[in-house]
Design a protein around this ligand. Structure first.
Ligand code: SAM
Length: 246
C-alpha cells in the first residue's frame, strides 16, 4: 500500500464506520462459533496498523500479528501490541497446527501477495485440526477504483473464485457471503463516476470524512451482520468467508 495509507488507516480505524461495521460483522461470525470467554490462539495475517487486533480479535484470546510492511508494525507498536512480527503470508514463520484461528482481512488481494493460493495453503498449515480461517476480500474486479490504487490491489474477487481457492487449499467452506450490500448502489455509482469524471489517479476512500453520517453508515453496515451470519447476502463490495480445517 502507499505509505500514506498506513497512516490514514491508523488514524481512522478505531472510529470509521467501515472498520467498525466490518468488525461487528466479523464479531457476529466469531460469536456464532465460539462461546464467550473462550481463549484461543489467533494469527492476524496481514494485521496492518493493528486495529483488527485491538478492536476485535483480542477479545477471543492471544493474538499474534504479522505484516510484510515495517510501517504497519510500527503503528501496531504504537498501540502497545508487542506480539507482532514481519513476515509474508506466503511464508509464515510458525510451526504446523499452531493456531485455532487465522484472520486475514483485506490482505490477499494486494500485489505484495503474489500467490493467494499459496497464502491459503500456509493458513491451512498453521491451523490446528478444527481451526478456522476468517477471510475478507474486496469483491468484483469491475469495481476497481482510485482507492484500489492506493492499496496496490492486484485484483478484486468473484464469489465463486473465493470458494474455489478455499476448496483447493483444503478448507470446508462454512460461510461465504457478500458484505456491504446496502450501501452498494452508492459505492458502485461513486466508483463508476470516478472513471468518467476524474483524471486517473490514486485517492484513498479513507480521506473522505463522513462527519455526522459516520454513525448512520456504521449502523447500516452493522445491520447486515445477522443476514451474513444467516442465509448470506447476494452481492456487496466485500466477500467474507469462514473456512474450517478438518
Ligand atoms: C488493506 S490492509 C488491511 C490491514 C488489516 N488486515 C485490516 O483489516 O485493517 C492490507 C495489509 O496487508 C499487508 N500485506 C500485504 N501483502 C502482505 C504479505 N505478503 N504478507 C503479509 N502482509 C501483507 C499490508 O502491508 C497491509 O498492512
Amino acid at each position: 500500500m502507499d505509505p500514506r495509507e498506513y497512516e490514514l488507516m491508523f488514524q481512522v480505524e478505531d472510529r470509521h464506520w467501515w472498520y467498525r461495521g466490518m468488525d461487528a460483522i466479523m464479531r457476529t461470525l466469531l460469536n456464532q462459533r465460539y462461546a464467550s470467554g473462550t481463549r484461543l490462539n489467533i494469527l492476524d495475517a496481514g494485521c496492518g496498523s493493528g486495529g483488527g487486533i485491538s478492536n476485535l480479535l483480542v477479545d477471543y484470546g492471544s493474538v499474534t500479528g504479522v505484516d510484510i510492511e515495517p510501517i504497519a508494525l510500527a503503528y501496531c507498536r504504537k498501540r502497545s501490541l508487542s506480539q507482532v512480527a514481519r513476515a509474508s503470508v506466503i511464508r509464515l514463520p510458525f510451526a504446523n497446527a499452531q493456531f485455532d484461528i487465522v484472520a486475514s482481512f483485506d490482505v490477499l488481494y494486494e500485489r505484495a501477495v503474489p500467490d493467494d493460493l499459496s497464502a491459503l495453503c500456509e493458513f491451512m498449515r498453521v491451523l490446528a485440526p478444527g481451526g478456522r480461517l476468517f477471510l475478507r476480500l474486496p469483491a468484483y474486479d469491475w469495481l476497481r477504483g482510485q482507492h484500489d490504487r492506493t492499496t496496490h490491489a492486484r485484483k478484486r474477487y468473484a464469489r465463486k473464485e473465493v470458494k474455489r481457492l478455499l476448496t483447493q487449499s483444503g478448507f470446508i467452506v462454512e460461510r461465504l457471503s457478500f458484505a456491504n450490500m446496502f450501501l452498494f448502489p452508492i459505492a458502485a455509482l461513486k466508483r463508476l463516476s470516478e472513471r468518467l469524471f476524474l483524471a486517473p489517479g490514486a485517492r484513498s476512500d479513507l480521506e473522505f470524512n463522513a462527519g455526522p453520517l459516520n454513525g448512520i453508515l456504521r449502523t447500516v453496515l452493522t445491520s447486515e451482520a445477522p443476514f451474513i451470519a444467516g442465509a448470506g447476502l447476494p452481492f456487496g463490495l466485500s466477500i467474507v468467508a469462514v473456512g474450517r480445517k478438518i
